[in-house]
Design a protein around this ligand. Sequence first.
Ligand SMILES: Nc1ncnc2c1ncn2[C@@H]1O[C@H](COP(=O)(O)OP(=O)(O)OP(=O)(O)O)[C@@H](O)[C@H]1O
Ligand SMILES: [Mg+2]
Length: 574
Amino acid sequence: MRKLVPFMKKYTSYAVLCPILMITEVVADIVIPYLMSLIVDVGIANRDVGYVVKIGGIMILAALIGMILGVISSYFGATAGYGFAAEIRKAVFKKVQDFSFANLDKFSVSSLITRLTNDCNTLGQVAMMSLRMAVRAPFLMVFALIMAFRINARLASVFMVSIPLTVILLGIIMAKARPLFIKMQSRVDRVNAIIQENLIGIRVVKSFNRQKHEEQRFKERNDLLRDTALKAISIVIFLLPVLTVVTYATIIAVLWFGGKQVVVGTMGSGELVSFITYITQILMSLMMLSFFFMQFLRGAASASRIVEVLETESEIKEAPDPVAEVKDGSISFENVSFAYPLSSDKALKNINLEINSGETIGIIGSTGSAKSTLVQLIPRLYDATEGVVKVSGVNVKNYSLKTLRDKVAFVLQKNVLFTGTIRENMQWGNENADDEQIITALKHSHAWEFVSSYEDMLDHKVEQGGDNFSGGQKQRLTIARALIKSPKIIILDDSTSAVDMTTDAKIQKAFKENLSNVTTIIIAQRISSIQRADRILVMNEGKIESVGSHEELMKNSPIYKEIYESQQKGVVGQ
Ligand SMILES: Nc1ncnc2c1ncn2[C@@H]1O[C@H](COP(=O)(O)OP(=O)(O)OP(=O)(O)O)[C@@H](O)[C@H]1O
Ligand SMILES: [Mg+2]
């Protein structure tokens, strides 16, 4: 938790004022029973109405001041707590934005969401409680003890028994509850994970009719969480009754011994009453402390999960002296091998490849043959494990990420659009793009055909993930978004798989006519999508099996020929 303290900096004044005001509130709490004893022992005993009114007035004033300061202190505490949580959330969010794909492979998305929501909230609450309870409880206890001893030191010796007894009982309860609370945290995690996974994939769940199965999976985890929570609570519910018993026992002891003193006249009856109030305050503050520790444990678990994210270094590091310009669109792979972070097998094995600027390259190969893996190394979504990838003759690691990714546009295989308008989504590629540029890009990707048919055209709304578009429409929009960058290299990873053959051919034609000096890499399952490329790579099991034009490959590559023939059959069969 110490590592998170700097996030409180912006709210330092609130974090300092909250406990200070809290202490004043405690003073009022302490003064009131004392004033009460004065009313009983002096005012009532002497039948002095003026005195009773005067002290009564002071009592009300003390109560009012205590209340007002208490409210302000709570407000400051809440400001500091929520502010603290917001600062941490901001930092975690920023960190995740900097994460490389490799980092994302290690933290799952659902775990990151839980950390950004639950864990940050818990920390905010714990901070707020720490500022209030952790200050209030010890002060209240110390002041009340002092007052009790001042009133009657002999009588105060009952605390020698009741305080250690309470501490031991609370200690036992806490020790039993603690592991359960920690377990509960991880169970909450698992429930959240399943909720998130399910909601993100809700359409898939429904189309596979897996609702029952998912409900069952959810029920198991949910029940487990409930049982753990119940177990923890069934221990904690003993806190209050145990404390009440101890408190009443102490009060009885005090009444017994103190009563005798009142009879003898060595103690005022008002003193006895205020003494009992202090007892309650002392034992209550012990309980507050134990609650606080419990919360603190939860907070500590959250803190370590947050620090884990904050301390993760991005796997992709910026070059110290970056090259500022990508001169042309040539690419070369020199003895490149690559293994995914969590995998021991090499996905790419010893790749050597030269691509000229402005060339159109098609990539084909069976699923899992590492086509996506190969092209992901060009904009440094991952770094090569061995060997060097160069763009325009410069190692990709020597460019700044911004320069490189501005010039290498990548349409991912799993692509999404974001909530907003079509225009806003297009401006993702280039903030300054005007409508004319956007429409040109949409025309090149043949998305303008359907966008122009909307009444509101570029202002047409995009729902979360782009769910209000068909698969093929979405693909054409994501291609346009990449084109708007005016890149030197554009990579289309299976980006026209959902587009019909005629439109696909039109897109290829538009690319040839308008983007002839842009290096274009097209990954496709259909030979027709890449047939007219300058060169075609055939990938197989992480290696380039052969390279050549369509005609050459038909002669030399058995794999290519087989793919071609199987697809021709399909066409003839139709
Ligand atoms: N994030 C990842 N973490 C670990 N392994 C991965 C990851 N992504 C892909 N792989 C593995 O790397 C290999 C190559 O995958 P890749 O996605 O490059 O194939 P692909 O040729 O693009 O296939 P497809 O045609 O289905 O898109 C596969 O065996 C896959 O299981
Ligand atoms: Mg792929």
